[in-house]
Design a binder for this molecule. Structure first.
Ligand code: HEM
Length: 418
């Protein structure tokens, strides 16, 4: 323990971070992991301290091998860019595919990943750039992109010994760095193809070129000599990769969890469909404009994000200078993990935290949002490093979830256990 305050007895025996409710977990805990101090914050108040009060100190990320080899420098974005692509056509195709499978068991995750990948790729790149069937020709297949993203997630999430004990890094004991380099090559091939095509288009149109999507704009920025912060093609590649990867599994996983929870309690589906029938009727699909009129489904989404946050420990934050947080000294270089899994299960704040009760957001916790203002519920983090894609993520979740509940009857397969 390196904190200057007298540790409470519970500090000496940290419980497994994610397998206990937060009543048994200390709000802040310091460990030494490899060569680095690590702090885990597991209460809403501590999350607020790190992500709001001292946000400027902890807004950095540690340098890791996966950051070095599989992504480039992350550049922040605003949400002015996403166009109309993200819903209609793509979602219709998705629902038609589901309709065609009516009556048969479906593995939802597969369909959800495919739809999010298609949508985000159109938003970022202007078109799909990968083929979904043997009749389409593209530089890569959907399967290959999914494999690349799965590998990226895996390599981002696993523990690479060289990141924590840097002097052992050169040995690449687990072989992960080798895999990162191989993955980078695959991504580079894909991006090079996309950028070559877009650059040719840009050159052809000369001054008539008007950016229509994210990559058009990024390419234009890379050509701009007057920018204060220089863009280049590496930042373009890193940027698009971050966004495609950041979006795909997160939204799909949240919808999958939501469907899994409501199918276990069919009366929740009844309530949701009652709301959908009342607000939308049976003649059309749900649209973006309906979202504010569907509070029950909003509550289902929030409850899903509380109970099943996609990023259990948020992404690591790095102390850029020595800092005192609520009386605890945190040294420069400390890696900070915010344990939102535990915060979402804190029994002193949430009644029956292990239960799935969307109603809690309609009675009592009515004003809680998921956009970084309520520190008890932080699926997107908060502060300077909060997820920049939250708005798009929420819309992707709602467009799929609303229509999946509106257009289909759902039940678990007969042989389902648990
Ligand atoms: C349900 C959907 C999503 C969830 C739950 C989610 C969650 C998160 C979380 C927890 C973080 C880390 C915040 C922190 O460290 O404090 C994050 C970061 C990030 N997300 Fe998301 N995200 C989602 C959708 C998206 C989308 C749609 C995009 C892009 C189109 C995106 C792009 C990013 C990027 C680029 C970062 C890194 C931000 C930084 O380091 O400053 N995310 N996201």
């Amino acid at each position: 323990m390196a904190c200057n305050r007298q540790p409470q007895p519970q500090w000496a025996t940290p419980s497994p971070i994610t397998s206990q409710t937060s009543t048994k977990i200390c709000p802040i805990m310091q460990l030494t992991f490899g060569s680095f101090p690590v702090v885990v914050a597991s209460s809403a108040e501590m999350a607020k301290q790190f992500l709001k009060t001292h946000d400027h100190v902890f807004a950095s990320r540690p340098q890791t091998a996966t950051g070095k080899y599989t992504t480039y420098n992350y550049l922040n974005i605003t949400w002015a860019l996403y166009g109309p692509y993200w819903h209609q056509g793509q979602l219709r195709a998705f629902f038609s595919r589901l309709l065609a499978l009516s009556g048969k068991p479906v593995l939802l995750k597969e369909h959800l990943s495919r739809i999010t990948l298609s949508i985000i790729s159109r938003i970022m790149l202007g078109k799909k750039y990968f083929s979904e069937s043997k009749f389409e020709t593209a530089v890569v297949t959907l399967e290959e992109v999914k494999e690349m993203l799965d590998e990226l997630f895996l390599l981002n999430g696993l523990l690479n010994i060289g990141d924590w004990i840097p002097w052992l890094g050169f040995m690449d004991l687990q072989g992960y760095v080798k895999r990162m380099k191989a993955l980078k090559k695959k991504f580079d091939r894909f991006h090079d193809h996309v950028f070559a095509e877009l650059k040719a288009k840009m050159k052809g149109l000369m001054e008539d070129f008007v950016p229509k999507d994210m990559v058009d704009l990024l390419l234009q920025l890379a050509e701009d000599p007057n920018l204060e912060v220089k863009f280049n093609y590496d930042s373009d590649r890193g940027f698009t990769r971050d966004l495609i990867a950041g979006c795909t599994d997160t939204s799909a996983t949240t919808v999958e969890w939501a469907m899994s929870e409501v199918m276990k309690q069919p009366h929740l589906i009844e309530k949701a469909t009652e709301e959908l029938d009342r607000v939308i009727g049976r003649q059309r699909w749900a649209e973006e404009k309906d979202i504010p009129e569907l509070p029950y489904i909003d509550a289902i989404m929030k409850e899903t994000m509380r109970k099943h946050p996609v990023a259990v420990l948020l992404a690591p934050h790095l102390a850029q200078e020595d800092c005192n947080v609520s009386g605890y000294d945190i040294r420069k270089g400390t890696r900070v993990f915010i344990n939102i899994w535990s915060i979402g299960r804190d029994a002193s704040f949430w009644d029956e935290p292990e239960a799935f009760h969307p109603e809690r957001f309609l009675q009592g916790k009515v004003n809680m949002d998921v956009k970084g203002q309520s520190f008890e519920l932080l699926p997107f983090g908060s502060g300077r490093r909060m997820c920049p894609g939250y708005s798009l993520g929420l819309k992707m979740i709602r467009s799929s979830l609303d229509n999946m509940l509106h257009g289909f009857h759902w039940k678990l397969p007969e042989d389902h256990e648990g």
